[in-house]
Write a protein that binds this ligand. Structure first.
Ligand code: B16
Ligand code: MG
Length: 214
């Protein structure tokens, strides 16, 4: 790597913790109610995608046209159920490997941030008790454009006061790798569909593998 990295920006869902099963349950309940087919494969397409855009992907399987107001009701309903399910999360949902690695990176002098599309980021951070590792958080509430737009990562970099080319991003979603590269950042792919990206810089074997590159 021929650039000096000063900060690392972590995606939340799929990297620091896993909320996809809760997203799945909540979207499935809504889809069932609307009589729309939905499965785990379609759910995989929602990784890193905003709530609004996720609904559009689900509605691809519907013959009906819904108004903007109806769509807003659907996303609100899904989110209410999703937040109820998030109460099941606890500090155990951030693994020892994740905690150990974050601590080591901090000790090595890196600034750490979260860059997530989720508007529930703060709630999840509190549930799994990881706030103390991070110097900044940028999330779905800070942005107009969702990944693959780089906005959320650029916001995180600005909050840290570090220039984008000195930031690395860790992502599980292809949309997140695209966002990192569009923001001129180094992109680490960790699982998900990020690992198949043609534009990722490094593919990680696991979370702690980061320590071999930084
Ligand atoms: P919310 P990330 C993303 O989080 C999820 O991967 C994606 O499935 C979800 O639709 C999106 O957040 C929005 O979440 O409904 O809570 O605002 O991977 O960017 O941390
Ligand atoms: Mg993710």
């Amino acid at each position: 790597m021929n650039r000096e990295i000063k900060a690392i920006i972590f995606d939340l869902d799929g990297v620091l913790c896993f909320t996809d099963k809760y997203h799945y349950q909540a979207w499935k309940a809504l889809a069932d109610e609307l009589g729309i087919y939905f499965d785990e494969k379609i759910n995989n397409r929602l990784r890193g995608v905003s709530r609004k855009d996720s609904l559009e992907i689900i509605l691809e399987r519907s013959d009906k046209q819904y108004t903007q107001e109806e769509k807003e009701q659907f996303t609100e309903k899904k989110n209410a159920l999703y937040r109820q399910l998030l109460h099941d999360m606890s500090p155990k949902d951030a693994s020892e490997e994740v905690r150990r690695t974050l601590l080591e990176l901090k000790q090595r002098g890196y600034k750490l941030a979260i860059g997530s599309s989720s508007k529930n980021t703060q709630f999840i951070i509190n549930q799994i008790d990881i706030a103390s590792y991070f110097d900044a958080v940028a999330d779905g509430n800070d942005i107009t454009y969702s990944k693959p737009d780089p906005e959320v990562f650029l916001k995180a970099a600005a909050k840290l006061g570090i220039s984008p080319e000195q930031c690395a991003v860790v992502e599980d979603a292809d949309a997140g790798i695209k966002a990192a590269k569009a923001g001129d950042m180094l992109a680490f792919a960790l699982g998900g569909d990020a690992q198949y990206s043609d534009i990722k810089d490094v593919e990680l074997t696991d979370f702690a593998d980061l320590l071999n590159y930084l």
